[in-house]
Write a protein that binds this ligand. Sequence first.
Ligand code: STR
Length: 368
Amino acid sequence: MAYDNLFEPVKMGSQTLKNRIIMAPLTRLRSVEPGDVPTALAGEYYSQRAAGAGLVIAEATQVSFQAKGYAGAPGLHTLDQTTAWKVIVDDVHSKGGKIVIQLWHTGLVAHKSVQPDGEAPISASAVKVSARTSLRDSDNQAIRVDTTPPRPATAEEIQQVIADFAHATKCAQQAGFDGVEVHGAHGYLLHQFWVEQTNQRDDEFGGSRENRGRLTLAVIDACVEAWDSDHIGVRVSPQGTFNSVEAGYDEDDNIWLIEQINKRDLMYLHLSEPDWAGGTPYNDGFRQRIRDAFDNTIIAAGGYTAEKAVRNVSAGYIDAVAFGRDYIANPDLAERIRQDAPLNKQHPDSFYGGGAQGYTDYPFLDQA
Ligand code: STR
């Protein structure tokens, strides 16, 4: 079998994943508003996929109402949300799956109409970038709109963001998740602090790389404090520009940040490689630098094929691979890779918003 090494179990902290094929966190914008509560359909969607995957990483989920940037993205900070997620997690566990949840604050990638009191969203500084977000029309369909300009977070708001990540981590633990992934990637709030383009602060959260990395590391530390290091992972997207937030192409800075993350002895590091969004692919030299900087499990995502995953796992650069769009369209993706079977056609029109169509109705191999 060509893809054998993807089917070897792998450690994730003190847990063991049955294989190395992971469902990437995928925004689907199907939650109920107001309240940002995930639906029962989400339980079906995730458990369909969790049965075969080594791990499911649930979609990016708000840590507060202020953290919201997209209409239809779920939260995990109220009792209603926690209760709804628990049903989903129980469903996944009953199918023998594992599931962690990605937590985010979207920062400037937001629209004032989804913010509490219609206020301007926070960011590191009042720097507007040409990002797009998504609202809902009267039929609950996703509509793309330009983001509205951000305002700089106050010192108190920064502390509140840190506390909100810790609170959401506690909610995740209560809901029964197998862990939490901090979204430090893709031009969202933590990344907006890390990047010089969007961070022009002159306090201890701006300027040097120590200062620009401070929020990401403080959030990780707060999540570890709320649960423990064995259940906290983090996603970063070094060397890639997303949501028009310029990554900054200083490899040394990015390796420095990974080294600081490594000191936290986390469950995993999740790399989002630039090429899925049109960026320059990593070279092996950079892959090796990341491997050398991080001792625990490394998951990589971004334009991966099974071939590329086998290669990078064999070389020791990564331990597991996460697939995004292929997992939207193929609930049994791992089994299809094992059998080298063809993949379903993707329907991008139903990626964001809507209901069961394009969500829970992609056929399994034995139904095709
Ligand atoms: C970027 C990467 C990430 O971490 C989360 C998301 C989810 C929402 C996506 C976003 C993506 C890319 C831009 C999208 C947005 C929904 C609407 C927006 C596709 C994948 C646009 O249509 C421009």
